[in-house]
Design a protein around this ligand. Sequence first.
Ligand code: TXA
Ligand code: MG
Length: 336
Amino acid sequence: MISAPVRVINPNAPEKSILDEAAAAIRAGGLVAFPTETVYGLGADALNSRAVARIFAAKGRPSNNPLIVHIANLAGVHRIAAGWPAAAQGVAERFWPGPLTIVLPKHPFIPDLVTAGGPTVAVRMPNHPVALGLLRAAGVPLAAPSANRSGQLSPTTAEHVQRGLGDSVDFILDAGPTRIGLESTVLDLSVSPPRLLRPGHITPPEIEAVIGAIARQESSVSGDKALLSPGMLQRHYSPQTPLECLSASHRRVAELVKSRQRVGWLTHSDSPQAVGKKDVDVVIMPREPRAYAARLYAELHQLDQRRLDRIIVEMPAETDDWLAVRDRLKRASQNE
Ligand code: TXA
Ligand code: MG
């Protein structure tokens, strides 16, 4: 595997010389992996179709799956979205910069490749000094999906990016692990009522407190619903190791161990006593949803390195605060 150059950068006070170097690569049509508060993104100049095409090629991403356009301030948003409704202003004031992506009718200025030929565009202002610094230094909006091969786990460290995409990015800005660890909430404001397309750190009740009732996308998606937002495709966000989610996981773990399978076990409610600990890679996860989310991908990436037969995950409760975690776990456990 060829390695992309990695630039270690201060997450709180990013060095200008490093940002300038990355910005120059962006302006030259290159690909730069950079940290956001959610996961690492794979960025290119959103106004340069050739650069955007490189994102799809690097990820092996189907061309019908649109990209998020990242911005550093609201000044240029009218050249990205064709309209800016009161609801957009409301959620932007409340949650930007932050882990909320909003979908609006697209401005013709944005290349069709970015929006996969569709009439809408997804926009987000990330809350990370490195992402914001890169956007300002580049002076263009950045099209950036998560910096992983299509369908695989999103990266929460530069090392994850290196492992998945090291041979196809120009360089990687390494600012350490991301804080939130799960991708942004995606909210469609091009429809009425607004619709939640992907649950995330910002929950439906938090959004509803600002703009009133929103429609929720059920996460038990079937094939055709996936067209609404291809990220809602069933199998997504997956480790290589087969993964199962169960509400009473310890019994399943014990059964697998008995049949001599090598098992990884993510649990937040069980104590590992039920199973001989030496036979299982146990990860005791936080009981608080946001703390759990922050660790989830890092733990799955790590278990994936151990050549296990199976990963078993204790499924969290069906409450709003666990919505995003449950959504990603369900998708990770789909076998094609
Ligand atoms: O936290 C995040 O959102 C990260 C960081 C890097 O910003 N990005 C990210 O991008 O997760 P990506 O491409 O992996 O996921 C974007 C999601 C996909 O599910 C995509 O289908 C959906 O947003 N999406 C993008 N544009 C859309 C549009 N115009 N309409 C509906 N869904 C859209
Ligand atoms: Mg992704």
